[in-house]
Ligand binder design. Sequence first.
Ligand code: F6P
Length: 565
Amino acid sequence: MVFDSEIDRLVRAGTPLTQTPPWRALAEHWEQARRLEMREAFAQDPARCQRFSVVLDGLLFDYSKNRVTEDTLRLLLALAEASGVREAAAAMVSGRLVNWTERRAALHVALRNRSNRPVMVDGRDVMPAVNGVLERMRRFSEAVRDGSWKGATGLPIRTVVHIGIGGSHLGPEMITQALRPFHDGPAVRFLSNVDATDFVETVRGLDPAETLFIVASKTFTTQETMTNAGTARQWLLDAMGDAAAVARHFAALSADREAVAAFGIDPGSMFELWDWVGGRYSSWSAIGLPVAIAVGFDRFEQLLEGGHAMDHHFLEAPLDRNIPVLMGLLGVWYGNFFGAASHAVLPYDEYLALLPSYLQQADMESNGKAVDRDGSRVDYQTGPIVWGEPGTNGQHAFFQLIHQGTRLVPCDFIGCARSHNPIGDHHQKLIANMIAQAEALMVGRTAAEARAGLARRGVAGDEAAALLPHLVFEGNRPSNTILLDELTPRTLGMLIAAYEHKIFTQGVIWRINSFDQWGVELGKALAAQVLDEERRLLAGEDVDLSRHDSSTAGLLRAFAEKAGR
Ligand code: F6P
């Protein structure tokens, strides 16, 4: 094992994690802390916001609207210490095999290591390779942007279509969309789903002679991506008629040089990533090429700088002032002690509309694990269900449940002090809504307040009594608020890296491997077998489906029958 914490030693000696002293201390504390009313805590301590917030460059993290006291934090921080969060972070950034089930390092920090300090993997510094690919990305993105990269007929590229899925798609698309105010390069579209509709709609209206496809796949074997890449190649060849066109209209982002060459993409247009870059942590690598093409390489570097600044903070700041550690601990507090099953990400910025789905993969693929570091089934909750939508739209959809439902849903509100589109009072209204929602969740509305409101409206007697329970808001519902000065490549980089390290912190505390994703393999393997059966059924063969349950076999037959008609 790459690090060995106090809790590891206790667990290996037979004490379950939830019976270790730091965990038990929290469980005991929870008995009284769960009764804490945030409303009262704010009334008693006018400095609560100051006490429970951290400012870092252009980012304010306010976690004062949480069901915590100084004691809660002390105990949570003790859990982080005993879990070896610091040691684990040091192990990760020094290239140790923190992804032990795949015998790999997890070095996304090296991709944004602007200090350029050596980072060793298997005794070799990876920084020269990282910087080499970045330099090639700079040259390529500049050539595509300034039109010196020509398509096969001599025309410059007007649209880039990025083909990838999961970690090779969600990050680049989210970042490209978030940085839209900075777009000054060719248009960038994203193609991910194996559903041909996605292909058809993505290339609709495009001229093949002015289109560049970027095939992004670390493994270069992913079914969806390779199917879409093949269809894109055919679409190009049908229009251009010359196989040589592929070299001018395709680039690849991958760890597999041979597979890229076998597909027919020029090695000169391949940008490498390495096995120590996890898919969902790969936007900082060559996988970020569409971002560099859209907004320019200098801005892509500013994104890396923001990520690097957050790495520095995560590694150096004391734990009680450490944004990702605090985010992670608060998630543990609600998930493991209050029983919260989900976590809502609510960006009050249309440019961050894809952040919830990006974080869904980052978090759920990382911490959706039920087996611990030693291979034992855990008996506590691990990663939450992550979900969300931008505000204010979400307010008119699911906020009802967050305010008055039976489930506790801790929320992250994310907004920007300055808008890229300061038209009229839109932005004031947007942010007023964000701040008001967090306040409403926290203060709620008491029966006395609800009664007074009814009286003001002239509702009294039986009618008031009947309505009253529906108008009461329990309140005391927790949230963090992250306020960026402005959405820039740098602050976005900080934000993404903060969430990455939050996820890591939680993985360490839960003693799970946040860097593998075996859970997606079974579905992939079965899909390959089912596809074969489907094809044979459609060809009219008599296929033995007895290995399947009756539902699976029945669905296969029904599909073949209806599709074949
Ligand atoms: O969904 C599983 C997964 O392996 C993700 O972890 C990864 O980001 C995605 O598939 C795409 O993988 P690749 O980049 O190899 O095509």
